[in-house]
Structure formats: C-alpha cells, structure tokens
Design a binder for this molecule. Structure first.
Ligand code: CA
Ligand code: CA
Ligand code: CA
Length: 231
C-alpha cells in the first residue's frame, strides 16, 4: 500500500514501462496458474533447435512488416503490423511495447527485438474469459513456439510470482542434473546473463532477450545475404 505514494513521485517517463511490466507479470501469473508441461531443465535445452528453427522462419514475417526494408521496424510499421495481425492494442500499449523492446536504440526494432515483442503480445493476449480461439495472432507455428517459451518460464518460476529468482534458477537446474558444483555454476552464469538490470530477478522480457541471444538469432547469415545482394 505504501508503494502507491512512491509511485506518484516517479518521473513520468518511467511510468509506462512499469505499467507494461506489471501487466506482463499479471498475465504470466494467470498463465502460471495453469501449470507447465515441462518436466526438466534439460528438456528446455532439447527444445532449443526447434525453437531456433521456428523463430528463424519468422524472419519472413519481419521482412514483410519492415515495409521500407531498412532492417528495422519503426513505430508506424509496428502499428501497421498490429492492424494486419488484428492485434487490438491501444495506441499507448503499442507505444509502451515498442519502448520496452527497442533496446538497441536504432530508431526501430531489430529482428530479435521484434520476436520478443510478439512473444509478449502473445502472452498479453491470452483470454481469461476462456473464449478459445485457435490462434491469437494468425501465426500458428510461431505461437506454438511462444507457448513453449512461456512454458519454459513457468517451469523456472517455481513460486509462480512472475519472476525467476536466482534460487529458482539453481533449483530448476539441480532438479535434473543431480546437483554438483558445475551445474550450480552454469545456473549462476545463465542467471547473470539473463538478469540485465541486475536486480536479482529475471522477468519474462529479460528471459526472452537472453533466449534470442543464446540461439544467436541476430548474428545469422544476414551479413552473407547482404554481401550477396550487393555484389
Ligand atoms: Ca523499416
Ligand atoms: Ca519466482
Ligand atoms: Ca532483472
């Protein structure tokens, strides 16, 4: 309750993202109440190649919405994208999402940032009223990959509070890999990689960004393509 007063003193610019983060945590908690199909940390690792492939295929979607083909999706292009995918977010929500995901500050979203944004949209679009639609965004294959990522996060977030703590990360890894010091160290390293703002907690957005880095989605064959095109 005391937090309400402190919140009002925040600089205005900080509020939108906080609001969005709160919405994401809320949506994640809702989803967590349904549990996870993932049984072990190793099974997440085993899913990497499939996730990797599916996300790479999404490059065509990215290019489709990058109307001026400059390699990034700007605000207007994102708005058009949402219209096309029938994602009915308010202007403010679209803008908040853009700011939350445009972390490279290149006047637009790179591919990896776009993927993270779509996955957040996927999570936010779950329908608590239970009106089930087969696909939330008309991108069924991508959505099943997003579901896997959400599922993985739910597995890691043992106490279902919408954040993965360092302890939860260690617990998740130790569950399967018979403990031992090396797995503990791996867990630590993974955790530090994920926790960008170093607040000791990993939220879903941090998790997704870490994921795109682990599978190296931005350092793909793009450069080769460009060379081929220019020659
Ligand atoms: Ca563009
Ligand atoms: Ca937690
Ligand atoms: Ca963090």
């Amino acid at each position: 309750m005391g937090g309400a007063v402190a919140k009002q003193n925040l600089p205005k610019a900080l509020v939108p993202e906080k609001k969005l983060e709160a919405k994401i945590v809320e949506a994640m908690k809702q989803r967590e109440s349904k549990g996870t199909s993932i049984k072990s940390f190793n099974s997440i690792i085993l899913k990497f190649p499939k996730i990797d492939m599916s996300l790479r295929k999404c490059k065509a979607t990215f290019q489709q919405f990058d109307e001026d083909a400059n390699g990034v999706i700007d605000r207007q292009e994102l708005k058009n994208c949402f219209r096309e995918l029938k994602i009915n977010f308010t202007e403010e929500e679209v803008s908040d999402l853009f700011e939350a995901c445009d972390i490279s500050d290149e006047m637009g979203m790179k591919f990896s940032e776009f993927i993270v944004l779509l996955c957040l949209v996927y999570l936010l679009k779950q329908d608590p009223t239970g009106l089930h639609v087969k696909s939330r965004m008309g991108l069924p294959e991508l959505e099943s990959t997003f579901e896997t990522l959400v599922d993985a996060f739910v597995f890691l977030d043992k106490n279902h509070d919408g954040h993965v703590s360092r302890r939860e990360m260690v617990e998740a890894i130790n569950e399967t890999t018979s403990g031992g010091r090396s797995s503990g160290r791996i867990a630590m390293r993974r955790f530090e990689e994920m926790d960008w703002d170093k607040n000791g907690m990993v939220n879903f957005k941090e998790f997704l960004f870490a994921f795109t880095r682990w599978i190296g989605i931005d350092n793909d064959d793009e450069e080769d393509d460009n060379v081929a095109e220019n020659n």
